[in-house]
Design a protein around this ligand. Structure first.
Ligand SMILES: [Zn+2]
Ligand SMILES: [Zn+2]
Length: 390
């Protein structure tokens, strides 16, 4: 093509422009001439192609060097005489993903027909509070897909081969346009016909019905580390869906559900609980038995302990997931129990105790507290006394 414009001219940049300048120029021009922002404008479409082509060459160090040396002739070599750059091996989706990915949330995309990791599988397992503290092993049953041994994962009847997908031409992806906040956007999607493999099976394998996989129930051991919290997941590598085109398997993510405990509550690495103590223990002090995840411990309560006093049992909390020997604490709120259903003797003893300790039961007789209506006589006497004093 004689009228082919210089690539630097197309992008409006200098021959010495660096990668960032090339990218910037392309980004601006690609947006300006994008077919979706210029519907039906053949000239814009032509410009858009020109810009893409120029960028494809100049953004690639090798191709740029060839272009600098030989000009357009560098890419004319025998490819059908149509002239120009051969785009069949190029992936416009990649260029777009690269340039606009950060913009439209697409991110950098990998080649869809290359090896791809399989999808992750999810499962859940319920454990007790105690198991979450000590760690445990559980077995669960999941349905796992494995490569079909009959067709070795191709899905094609043995003796036949999968064919190149006609919808995507074997690329494994197709372009489509979509309305977005930024106007019409061109996007790349996994090919619906071949599922991204670039190949379709004409004569299906009878064992796997063309899928290439056989699903079966498998029992899987899950090691749950000490310290796991409700809702956290354990990842088991390579127990997810099989990869495609030779990619690795996905992972199995097992969500752990920790049952509620009747006494213990957890927050981060600490455990909280309440423990009853008797009135005598609170007043006189002494050993009380307290439940912890390590079993009961004896705790020396100080004399005169008030109700709702919180004590700390150091290192009796939840172990760290990273290091089992690092543990949180256990906080215990001591609740003083008021005795009920006392025997006559106990009541008697308590009355005697009260007489010794402030005589609160008879406050009335000592005239200490309780307001009381005065009789007329008393009032008169007071007035009289006052009168006499004067
Ligand atoms: Zn098969
Ligand atoms: Zn396809």
């Amino acid at each position: 093509m004689a009228d082919k414009r210089d690539y630097y001219e197309v992008l409006g940049i200098d021959k010495s422009a660096d990668d960032a300048a090339i990218k910037k120029a392309f980004r601006q021009l690609a947006k300006k001439y994008h077919p979706d922002t210029n519907p039906g404008d053949a000239e814009a479409e032509q410009k858009f192609k020109e810009v893409q082509e120029a960028y494809a060459v100049l953004s690639d160090a090798d191709k740029r060097r060839q272009y600098d040396q030989f000009g357009h002739a560098a890419f004319d070599g025998g490819a059908g005489g149509g002239g120009g750059f051969d785009f069949s091996g190029m992936d416009m989706g990649d260029i777009f993903g690269d340039i606009f990915g950060d913009f439209f949330g697409g991110g950098r995309r990998q080649a869809d027909n290359g090896p791809r990791k399989g999808a992750n599988l999810r499962a859940s397992v319920r454990i007790t509070f105690e198991e979450s503290i000590s760690g445990c092993e559980k077995e669960l049953e999941i349905v796992l897909k494995d490569e079909c041994t009959h067709c070795h994962g191709t899905g094609a009847k043995p003796g036949t081969n999968p064919e190149t997908c006609s919808k995507c031409g074997g690329k494994g992806k197709v372009m489509y346009t979509q309305q977005s906040l930024f106007g019409m956007v061109q996007n790349v999607q996994t090919c619906p016909d071949c599922g991204g493999s670039g190949k379709v099976v004409k004569e299906k394998c009878s064992d796997c019905r063309g899928t290439g996989y056989i699903a079966s129930r498998k029992r899987i051991k899950v090691t749950i580390p000490a310290g796991i919290d409700n809702g956290q997941s354990v990842r088991i590598r390579d127990k997810g869906e099989p990869g495609t085109n030779g990619g690795p398997r996905g992972d199995l993510l097992v969500e752990v559900i920790v049952s509620r405990h009747p006494i213990f509550q957890r927050q981060d690495m600490n455990i909280y609980s309440t423990a009853p103590i008797s009135y005598a223990q609170a007043a006189l002090g002494g050993e009380v038995r307290i439940s912890t995840v390590d079993g009961d411990v004896l705790y020396e309560v100080k004399p005169g302990t008030q109700t709702d006093t919180r004590i700390r049992l150091k290192g009796k909390g939840v172990p760290s997931l990273r290091n089992k020997s690092v543990r949180g604490d256990h906080y215990v709120t001591l609740v003083v129990q008021v005795p009920t259903n006392l025997s006559a003797a106990a009541k008697d003893a308590l009355r005697k105790f009260d007489e010794e300790a402030g005589n609160t039961l008879n406050a009335d007789k000592t005239g200490a507290e309780k307001p009381k209506k005065k009789s007329f006589k008393e009032k008169l006497k007071e007035t009289f006394d006052d009168f006499i004093e004067e």
